[in-house]
Design a protein around this ligand. Structure first.
Ligand SMILES: NC(=O)C1=CN([C@@H]2O[C@H](COP(=O)(O)OP(=O)(O)OC[C@H]3O[C@@H](n4cnc5c(N)ncnc54)[C@H](OP(=O)(O)O)[C@@H]3O)[C@@H](O)[C@H]2O)C=CC1
Ligand SMILES: [Cu+2]
Length: 470
């Protein structure tokens, strides 16, 4: 019986061959769009509907029959019906026997039901070969042809031949099939369209929290403090001065947070004396979204660069420069040139430029089109060595910014240090810890652990033999 469709199914259809008929159950949005696309690609389409006479707006050229009549016309039946309405299929088990039954359904929530929709369908219609496909393609994309971002169709199913047929249909429709294995994968495939930027969530919340905290901190020091102490209105600082403090601080901390989990993981491995124990879930998740953290940090660094470029055209800056010059003319006294200040200011800018350049380089190499062209060692070299160099340069940039005022009691307001002093805590912690970790004696142990050596090997061996360790 399996021979029937291997013989009849053409791999690619030519006009001279008989058109293959596909049956689509349901005449809703998705069913109609899919039917339209299939007709365009040379299939003949039969719709199954509760009310064949009432169905309107169907693509011309398609036939509409009752569900059981339609099912008899083809051995591939695509169900474009919501899972909640699958009940009536139990009456069609005889007609659907040995047919390829394609489940396209999505749910409203992740893990909404104990079993995936496709597995539920397989239980309802035990004689059919259920294949999961098309759920990641939207009706709108099918119709408008705007499918660049969503050409991929995940396909899974327990019957190899049935799956192959669906894969071929997907290809004929101009989409890219991705075989995901057996029906067990259906759950993951169904959850996929419901996820909302899972890897961007942590970076987003972190940057929002950091931004808000430092913004409030700067408002307290730079707007509220001068108002209460000198009745001075500094609210104009909310537009550029304060954002241009918050952005670089957020960028620097996020960049440090890209390298922090690696350091924590190394310490954990050293402490446990083995690499064969799982990291806690939060550390795993943190490690997985390092790329996104770095890209968000790069975004903030960009903002800092742009905000810095406009400094010379700001009214406040020009006003201050003019006033200082006029005051010097009136006093007939020139400000002496300070070589150390010139050095500090130039090195501050230069470190910033170099740090930003490497930061952009890191961002570019994390793009899939670029990272696909480098091998594993090259990628690690760029992301680790160059990454740490970027962190060192950006931290130094901030330290030099502080310059002579760094930790000076004069810059305290209500006992609060400048925001950039706080910003340095995490980057410095990461750099100092990393420096300790690369000291030869520690590095040697860590490398051995990462190659599989275990400190308490005997202990684990006895555990393996099932003996108690007391
Ligand atoms: N819309 C989209 O972009 C996408 C949809 N999907 C999935 O495709 C399936 C269909 O979605 P969509 O077309 O948007 O939904 P619609 O509500 O527009 O269509 C559902 C169709 O199911 C049929 N149906 C059968 N039994 C019942 C019943 N008891 N009550 C109501 N309808 C019934 C109806 O067709 P008739 O009246 O002819 O019997 C109806 O038109 C869903 O499982 C959805 O998750 C997947 C990817 C994208
Ligand atoms: Cu800067």
């Amino acid at each position: 019986m399996e021979k029937t469709y291997t013989n009849t199914f053409p791999l690619t259809m030519t006009s001279s061959e008989k058109q293959e008929t596909i049956c689509i159950f349901g005449t809703g949005d998705f069913g109609r769009s899919l039917g339209y696309k299939m007709l365009q690609c040379g299939y003949s389409v039969v719709f199954g509907s509760r009310n064949p006479q009432m169905s309107s707006l169907l693509p011309s050229g398609a036939e509409v029959l009752s569900y059981s009549e339609a099912a008899q016309k083809s051995d591939v039946v695509i169900l474009t019906i919501h899972r909640e309405h699958y009940g009536f299929l139990t009456e069609l088990t005889e007609v659907l026997k040995e047919k390829v039954l394609v489940d396209v359904s999505n749910n409203l929530k992740i893990n909404q039901y104990p079993e995936s929709n496709a597995e539920y369908l397989a239980q309802l219609v035990p004689g059919a070969h259920v294949v999961k496909a098309f759920n990641t393609i939207s009706a709108w994309a099918l119709q408008s042809g705007a499918m660049d971002a969503s050409r991929q169709v995940f396909v899974c199913g327990n019957d190899g031949k049935a799956k192959q047929r669906v894969v071929d249909i997907v290809r004929t429709l101009g989409l890219t099939p991705l075989d995901q294995g057996s029906l067990l994968a259906a759950n993951e495939i169904e959850n996929y369209p419901l996820q909302l930027f899972p890897m961007w969530r942590l970076p987003f919340y972190l940057s929002a929290a950091l931004g808000l905290f430092f913004f409030s901190y700067c408002v307290l020091r730079d707007v509220i403090y001068p108002y209460i102490n000198e009745k001075q209105d500094s609210t104009f600082r909310l537009a550029i001065s304060i954002p241009n403090r918050v952005f670089p601080i957020t960028a620097l901390i996020l960049l440090a947070l890209v390298y922090f989990p690696g350091v924590i993981a190394a310490i954990l491995q050293l402490y446990r004396g083995t690499k064969y124990r799982r990291f806690p879930a939060w550390l795993d998740h943190w490690m997985l979204c390092r790329k996104q953290l770095g890209l968000v940090a790069l975004g903030f660094a960009f903002l800092h660069v742009i905000y810095t470029l406009v400094i010379p055209i700001r009214y406040y800056v020009r006003w201050r420069l003019r006033n200082i010059t006029i005051a010097q003319i009136m006093d007939k006294k020139e400000n002496p040139f300070s070589a150390s200040s010139a050095w500090l200011s130039d090195s501050y800018v230069s470190l910033g430029i170099l740090g930003f350049f490497l930061f952009v380089l890191l961002g570019i190499t994390s793009l899939p089109s670029v990272s696909n062209t480098v091998n594993w060692r090259e990628f690690r070299f760029v992301q680790s060595k160059l990454g740490y160099l970027t962190l060192i340069l950006c931290t130094a940039h901030t330290l030099v910014y502080g310059g002579k005022r760094f930790l000076s009691p004069l810059s305290l307001r209500w006992g609060l240090p400048s925001a950039y002093v706080l910003a340095l805590v995490i980057p410095c912690t990461v750099l100092v810890t990393k420096f300790i970790l690369i000291m030869p004696c520690i590095d040697k142990t860590l490398t051995r652990i990462r190659q599989g050596w275990e400190r308490n090997y005997k202990y684990s061996k006895s555990a393996l033999n099932g003996r108690s360790d007391i």
